[in-house]
Design a protein around this ligand. Structure first.
Ligand code: NDP
Length: 442
């Protein structure tokens, strides 16, 4: 059953999300990243929606070629280059790894080679920039809006394909979820882990490769554009590049761990993930770098240090909290957290086949501070990217607003699921750890 609120949210997102992306990118292209000016101009009749649309660069075949080469190359790296990084770097979990058990009881295998793909892509980027010169390092910025149309074409194609595939040739029919509402099914997905063949996994590929590998390349392209336009790179641009690269590298270093997160464990593959990974993520997660091309903010040393400290502190909390839970769950509590044996609440739950299982919810370490302190760390890091851009415009702050909505919504979604899974044991846990994100506040 899909309630009215979910249905209205789904239809609004389907209708408005592509325009939100267009609006921000267009605001930079036509209004120097001011989000209020186009609105004022529209209200005062100085411009019209049609003239804004007419001034936006349109689809070009050269952008289509760049995009096709980019996606094909990422598919090649994903499918045809087995991971060797785990053989040379100790502690890195790459190669063939197990995912979490699906609702139908399957455990999928994944070829984890994201870190390797990221390294190869970036080494080639650097070699091209310094010696080959096949294309300018500003290529992404120079084709930014035409590339957006290509990303949309891929995003809509892949979500439509996933929708049709789920109806006619699902990878695993028992893991499909039909709600009876076509919009909800299209947006939130029907198939749990759609695949082509044995190894091409839609979720792992689209989340990581066209989206997250691109993230750092896009930022590098913005940095190159600043250098070309102003003859130097601002410290804020370096900070944004470094902090976001840390987050991206963390993602790939822990790619096997991400197989156990909500995106892969609970979400189905539809427009939300397909279009979101192709368009929303590369276009809106990189708004700070785009803004800094138009406004090269130079921070004072104190300001830069404050941004760096906030970003690193956020990263430390985000990573340590996730690591604590991972260690706790892997060792079933037989580990040391902050130098002590962890405390926890014993829980039981019933799976759909009627079996009763046991689990543990940790109440010490960062998991004793708040129930989603990993999200708090993520939000601190996100705020640091935005703060690097100074306070001249609101556009770079879109990211922290969006991440707050995303992660608060995720908290609510996850807690709803955990509450129905664990029942009164979950209430014992929320009594022991009363706050979600910020102790004493929320
Ligand atoms: P979590 O890693 O927080 O996982 C939540 C699950 O952990 C719960 O469903 C429950 O699962 C288990 N759990 C909850 N409390 C405890 C506890 N006290 N002890 C042990 N296990 C517990 O959530 P996500 O998968 O959403 O997030 C993973 C990371 O990814 C986060 O750091 C988040 O910030 C980041 N992220 C980033 C996004 C981005 O766009 N940048 C988007 C989404 C996430 P169970 O049923 O097993 O008990």
């Amino acid at each position: 059953e899909v309630d009215w609120f979910s249905l209205i949210s789904v239809i609004s997102l389907l209708c408005f999300a592509p325009f939100i992306v267009f609006f921000f990118v267009m605001a930079c292209d036509q209004y120097q990243c001011s989000v209020t000016q186009p609105l004022f101009d529209l209200v005062q009749g100085k411009t019209t929606l049609l003239s804004i649309w007419a001034r936006a660069p349109s689809f070009t075949w050269s952008a289509a070629k760049i995009y096709a080469v980019w996606v094909t190359f990422q598919v090649f790296l994903y499918m045809c280059v087995p991971d060797v990084v785990h053989k040379v770097i100790p502690g890195y979990a790459g190669g063939v790894q197990d995912g979490a058990r699906t609702p139908a009881g399957l455990i999928n295998k994944y070829e984890i080679n994201g870190l390797q793909s990221w390294i190869i892509t970036h080494v080639l980027w650097a070699v091209n920039a310094h010696s080959l010169h096949w294309f300018p390092p500003t290529i992404i910025f120079d084709h930014w809006i035409p590339l957006m149309w290509c990303a949309n074409i891929l995003g809509y194609t892949v979500s439509t394909f996933a929708f049709i595939k789920a109806h006619h040739f699902p990878t695993n029919a028992e893991d499909c979820k039909f709600t009876g509402n076509i919009f909800y099914n299209f947006m939130m997905g029907i198939e749990f882990n759609p695949r082509i063949g044995k190894w091409f996994d839609f979720k792992l590929f689209f989340n990581g490769r066209p989206g997250i590998v691109a993230w750092t390349l896009i930022n590098l392209s913005y940095m190159a554009k600043q250098q070309e336009l102003y003859g130097q790179v601002s410290n804020s641009m370096i900070l944004v590049n470094v902090l976001q690269a840390l987050y991206v590298l963390d993602f790939f270093w822990n790619e096997a761990w991400y197989l156990k997160t909500i995106d892969i464990c609970h979400d189905h593959f539809g427009w939300y993930l397909g279009w979101g990974d192709c368009v929303w993520l590369p276009y809106l997660y990189t708004l700070q770098g785009l803004y800094l091309v138009y406004h090269p903010v130079q921070l004072t040393n104190i300001q830069a240090l404050a941004v760096l400290s906030l970003g690193l502190a956020g990263y430390y909390i985000f990573r340590s909290t996730n690591r604590q839970k991972d260690l706790f769950r892997r060792t079933e509590g037989a580990c040391s957290i902050w130098g002590r044996k962890p405390t926890y609440i014993e829980c039981s739950y019933r799976s759909s086949d009627g079996g009763v299982h046991r689990s543990k919810l940790m109440t010490s370490g960062f998991w004793g501070v708040a129930r989603h302190f990993n999200y708090t760390g993520d939000l601190m890091g996100s705020l640091a990217y935005c703060a690097a851009c100074g306070f001249g415009h609101v556009l770079p702050y879109f990211y922290i607003v969006y991440m707050t909505i995303l992660l608060v919504h995720r908290c609510v979604r996850d807690e709803h699921r955990c509450s129905s899974k664990y029942g009164k044991d979950w209430t014992r846990y929320t009594d022991a750890v009363p706050y979600r994100l910020i102790p004493g506040l929320f």
